[in-house]
Ligand binder design. Structure first.
Ligand SMILES: C[S@@+](CC[C@H](N)C(=O)[O-])C[C@H]1O[C@@H](n2cnc3c(N)ncnc32)[C@H](O)[C@@H]1O
Length: 293
């Protein structure tokens, strides 16, 4: 089945209402895109913020005559006569296949691979984490995850206790276990991340070494040899005393989720507790690392 889509530039204050109107007009799905370059990095739980300049895309069955819908929208005061819009044909595809085709095994550092379950493992003798994209963040394709995976691969984790703060899909926690960690604790504010990490750990046969907590349930006196936190600059600064307290003297720390321009400030802040290394960068993102004083 083929489709047509109607693209309309709108303001975030009108986007939801416009979406509802278009669903009433027979649209089968509504999607929102950034109309400018205004990144939204990490919305709070339960929030779905939109961009000031939002592009709304309404999908319709290809047989739909959109003329009455356009006429109707022209009566809306926030759009008006001759409002800017575009109608596009969308060729039908096997979207699941298309999506699956875009994920491939990726190598991080010397030993570690992240492999989608539907792909052949390129190097069965390597350290392989089987992981499919899901609702929680963390497939390995984002530079911040990649920087943390490369850092974990560079360590000798045999027998070490590790904390993964902001565990998302569990990708870093599971990689740490497969790289030799004795025990890993994953913490996340999002219960979907806890569920995803549990399922991914089970699939990788490492669930017995992974303990997962929402922050309010994490054990007191949780201490580790290695702590990795891929969150964002703001929370990393807020959480700094708590993070520092969890790392044993001489223990190792990696922080990511930082934009390059934020790295120096966060590094300076953490140097109260850690001897910090120079930052590593990938695309616009940075990773900091250090040793607990
Ligand atoms: C960028 S994702 C990282 C996921 C995964 N560790 C990775 O490297 O791909 C950040 C995760 O941190 C979680 N998070 C954000 N703020 C947090 C906080 N204050 N405490 C614990 N987790 C937090 C989010 O829910 C999200 O799952």
């Amino acid at each position: 089945m083929a489709w047509i889509q109607l693209r309309i530039h709108t303001h975030r204050d009108h986007a939801d209402m416009l979406g509802d109107l278009l669903m009433d007009q027979g649209s089968v799905s509504i999607t929102y895109e950034d109309g400018q370059d205004e990144p939204i990095f990490e919305p709070k739980l339960g929030e779905t913020p939109l961009w000031q300049d939002t592009i709304l895309i309404a999908l319709f069955d290809a047989e739909t005559d959109l003329a009455p819908t356009i006429e109707f929208l022209e009566t809306m005061p926030f759009l008006g006569k001759g409002f800017t819009h575009k109608i596009e044909q969308v060729e039908d595809k096997d979207w699941v296949r298309e999506w699956m085709d875009s994920f491939h095994p990726i190598q991080f550092g010397q030993r570690l691979w992240i492999c989608p379950s539907w792909r052949e493992i390129p190097d069965p003798a390597a350290v392989n984490v089987i992981l499919d994209p899901g609702l929680a963040f963390g497939t390995g394709t984002h530079p911040t995850t990649a920087l943390c995976l490369e850092w974990l691969d560079s360590l000798d984790l045999a027998g070490q206790e590790v904390i993964d703060f902001g565990c998302g899909s569990g990708i870093l926690a599971i990689a740490a276990i497969k790289l030799g960690a004795k025990k890993v604790t994953g913490v996340d504010i999002d219960y979907q991340a806890i569920d995803a990490s549990t399922a991914n750990a089970e699939r990788n046969d490492v669930a017995d070494k992974l303990a997962l907590y929402l922050p309010e349930n994490q054990p007191e006196n949780l201490h580790a040899d290695v702590l990795v936190a891929n969150i964002l600059a703001g929370p990393l600064k807020e959480l700094a005393p708590l993070i520092a307290e969890k790392v044993k003297t001489g223990g190792k720390l990696a922080l990511s989720g930082l934009l390059q321009e934020q790295a120096q400030e966060v590094s300076d802040f953490y140097s109260q507790w850690f001897d910090m290394d120079p930052a590593c960068h990938k695309e616009d993102w940075s990773r900091l690392s250090g040793i607990r004083k």
